[in-house]
Design a protein around this ligand. Structure first.
Ligand code: CS2
Length: 491
């Protein structure tokens, strides 16, 4: 048994014979990237790529400063501060092997919750060249059915009135860009890494909508000076469990308060549009392409939508994890049918990618028994995910007369899930959704109006106007409400 060592910079030497640790001189690194939203995914993906680049090729000007803008970011801020921003990534292979590595690319962290000044200063600093975002699908503040910026949001109204004490990402970005403009500094690149189709375009449209209201001249400057590359990001990153923390301590004697786990697969496809330079990420496998749209569409419509199919149906059946769904053949057959008959016909060709192979690889990745990705993570924030991952496939198949039954069952199941909050065995489900109250209210009206749930226009747009969809949906609602044994309907 190895003695337990607390993870921090001073102790790295002691840990070097246990697991790979950063060998580069972190103290000489400068912040070049400010990342907003340091969740597990950022730490296994962008920070992981950046670490590899720094480890193999040196890139001292591209250190990462994390930023948190929500109260909930306090914990990661504190943990990382204590650990000199070091953390462990545990890559979990399907054969049971776990590859640990300490990541050193994050070198600072600012929390903008009570005092916005340090964050704005960091963003406005001449060394900051890229501001990257993982603020989740819901963080962009658009109306999911119209795609328009939501000016009704009270925090947005606050930011428009009080530009010196922002709360939202848009208040912070415009505050910092205003300073840069006044100081005659170049803009930074805003690099969205969220699971939204055309994520860079969305970030651009939203920021410009906000800026135009606040300061038209600044909006004009942003239009000229700030690039917003679109990107497709991919690496399954389950929620860290206590068992992961204990494993690291028991096996390697490393006390890391918040390691992060992920699958071996990693992918990042980005448009090469940067306003103020970028790291040579291509040296570590990032693909720079002129147009990322076909890649992001493929990933959202197959991987993310596939996750929602398994997650929502699996939750009602009583499966706890995605790999448990994949051990259940009925689910695998249903998933593949959804992908082949509904998602694929609505996709364009993706240069250099064989869609059949891509789908096979998704089946393997979802089945990784070591990942244990919880169904509750997948179902969390479904109100932001379903309109992006699943509804466009239904919408397009409605238009082209294609199959919609596989995806429609998922929507009906989502209504049942939001209404009852229990699985078929009457056990309570953990529902995490910013709109859980509204979803519950709408779903509850299903008793008297079978279409009540899909009448939420901000989520479903005008899908209720399509009779083929509404009839199918109403029929599925009837079945699930009569008997929630979901497996009967996915046979
Ligand atoms: C998942 C994603 O949140 C979800 O619903 O589908 O987090 C997924 O694991 C990642 O996009 C994988 O790259």
């Amino acid at each position: 048994m190895k003695n337990t060592v607390i993870l921090n910079q001073k102790n790295l030497n002691q840990l070097a014979d246990r697991i790979p640790v950063p060998t580069f001189d972190r103290s000489s690194h400068k912040v070049g990237i400010v990342h907003i939203g340091v969740g597990g995914f950022h730490r296994t993906h962008q920070a992981f790529y950046t670490h590899q680049l720094q480890e193999k090729f040196k890139a001292p000007e591209w250190g990462i400063c994390g930023v948190g803008l929500r109260k909930g970011d306090q914990k990661i801020y504190e943990v990382l501060k204590k650990q000199d921003h070091l953390y462990t990534v545990l890559v979990k292979h399907p054969d049971g092997k776990i590859e640990p590595r300490i990541i050193g690319s994050i070198i600072d962290f600012e929390l903008g919750v009570d005092n916005p000044v340090p964050v704005i200063e960091r963003l406005a600093d001449p060394s900051t060249k890229i501001v990257s975002l993982t603020i989740t699908e819901g963080g962009y503040n658009f109306n999911p059915s119209t795609g328009e910026f939501d000016f009704e949001n009270p925090d947005i109204q606050h930011d428009l009135k009080h530009s010196d004490s922002p709360k939202t990402i848009y208040g912070f970005l415009t505050g910092a860009l205003k300073k840069r403009r006044e100081m005659a500094l170049p803009g930074f690149t805003v690099m969205s890494c969220d699971n939204i189709q055309h994520n860079g375009d969305v970030a651009r449209n939203m920021l410009l909508s906000f800026a135009q209201r606040q300061d038209a001249a600044l909006a004009h400057w942003i239009e000229r000076e700030v690039c917003f590359p679109n990107s497709m990001v991919d690496r399954i990153t389950p929620v860290t469990t206590q068992a992961d923390i204990d494993y690291l301590e028991k096996t390697y004697g490393i006390k890391d308060e918040w390691p992060v786990t992920c699958e071996p697969f990693i992918q990042w496809v980005v448009e090469d549009k940067f306003s103020n330079g970028r790291p040579e990420f291509e040296k570590v496998g990032v693909q720079f392409v002129p147009d990322v749209k076909p890649y992001e569409k493929m990933k959202l419509r197959l991987l993310n939508a596939g996750h929602s199919v398994l997650g929502i149906l699996g939750a009602i059946h009583g499966h706890q994890t995605i790999n448990a769904c994949m051990e259940d053949e009925t689910f695998v057959i249903y998933l593949r049918a959804f992908m082949d008959k509904e998602a694929t016909p609505a996709l364009d060709e993706v240069e250099g990618i064989d869609l059949e192979e891509y789908k096979d690889s998704l089946i393997e990745r979802f089945a990784n028994p070591n990942i244990k990705d919880s169904v509750s993570r997948i179902c969390s924030e479904s109100s932001a995910k379903v309109p992006k991952f699943l509804l466009p496939t239904i919408q397009e198949n409605v238009t082209r007369g294609g199959s919609i039954k596989y995806a429609t069952l998922v929507i009906a199941a989502w209504c049942y899930y939001s209404d009852k909050g229990i699985n078929k065995n009457q056990q309570p489900l953990e529902i995490i959704d910013a709109l859980s109250g509204e979803l519950h209210q709408a779903a509850k009206r299903t008793e008297t109006d079978s279409l009540a749930f899909i009448k939420q226009e901000t989520l479903f747009g005008n899908l209720t106007k399509n009779e083929r969809f509404t009839e199918l949906y109403a029929d599925m609602i009837q079945k699930i409400y009569d008997d929630a044994d979901i497996k009967k309907y996915i046979q």
